[in-house]
Design a protein around this ligand. Structure first.
Ligand SMILES: CC(=O)[C@@H](O)[C@H](O)COP(=O)(O)O
Ligand SMILES: NCC(=O)COP(=O)(O)O
Length: 239
């Protein structure tokens, strides 16, 4: 079964546009879980452009499914995650000035760094996932670093899905096979949508979790949040 973790960054983007509490990030998390969401993902960035430090702490007691915190492991991020103790942390090597996440880790180059940081999270009982481009040769080093899972960075798949989906998914399939070989769990995310999710989930073996935010919140403008979450769950259902 592939779990749906809903990324609520964009709810915070909308809230921050007016500086108040509407829409409420915590209420959205509670509702999403009532509607069937199996996890809540957030990506607190250093500039707090959407999710703030306060949101992270406010959300912790309200996330009764799986709490997944993504981010670049700066010391302040590491300290916060160790304090909050979510079920999962996803390490993402994003530049501060990037508009969104735009690359996975070079796990070979950053092996020592990742090994040290992953050990800290694992000692605290936090499952650790490493954001990865679909490059099978990097999987071995994610495993060497001690990661529990990889998160496949699906932007390229999403971009090419409409024109040549078989070609677009091939490197993801190959990377997933390699991850299974090394005993790593597989997550995926970035630009997954109602349109492109089913083919991805049906094709990638052992896909444990997808985290989806931008498209889901955009689709919810027309369909409503409950219908949208339900529609995603249907795309992930195997029957
Ligand atoms: C890690 C990742 O893939 C991202 O999709 C991220 O969580 C989205 O971040 P923004 O909402 O800041 O674009
Ligand atoms: N890890 C990916 C994620 O949380 C959501 O990415 P997106 O759907 O907002 O592109």
């Amino acid at each position: 079964m592939t779990k749906l973790s809903v990324n609520i960054n964009k709810i915070a983007t909308l809230r921050n546009a007016r500086g108040g509490e509407t829409p409420s990030v915590t209420e959205a998390a509670v509702k999403i879980q009532e509607f069937g969401g199996q996890g809540i993902t957030i990506h607190p960035r250093p500039d707090e452009r959407h999710i703030t430090r306060k949101d992270v702490y406010d959300l912790k007691p309200l996330v009764t499914t799986e709490f997944n915190i993504e981010g670049n492991p700066y010391q302040s991020f590491i300290d916060m995650v160790l304090d909050v103790k979510p079920e999962q942390v996803t390490l993402v090597p994003d530049a501060d000035d990037a508009i969104t996440s735009n690359a996975g880790w070079d796990t070979k180059k950053h092996l020592d760094f990742l090994t040290e940081i992953i050990a800290e999270f694992k000692n605290a009982g936090i499952r650790t996932s490493v954001f990865l481009d679909p490059l099978p040769e990097l999987v071995e080093y994610a495993a060497k670093a001690g990661a529990d899972r990889i998160e496949l960075y699906t932007e390229a798949y999403a971009k090419n899905y409409l024109t040549h989906k078989e070609q677009a998914i091939k490197p993801y399939y190959d990377t997933a096979v390699e991850a299974t070989h090394f005993g790593l769990g597989i997550n995926a995310g970035h630009d997954l949508s109602l349109e492109n999710l089913k083919y991805f989930a049906d094709t990638i073996p052992n896909l444990l979790e997808v985290s989806i935010g931008h498209a889901l919140v955009s689709e919810a403008l027309y369909m409503g949040l409950e219908n949208t979450v339900q529609a995603y769950l249907k795309r992930l259902a195997k029957w």
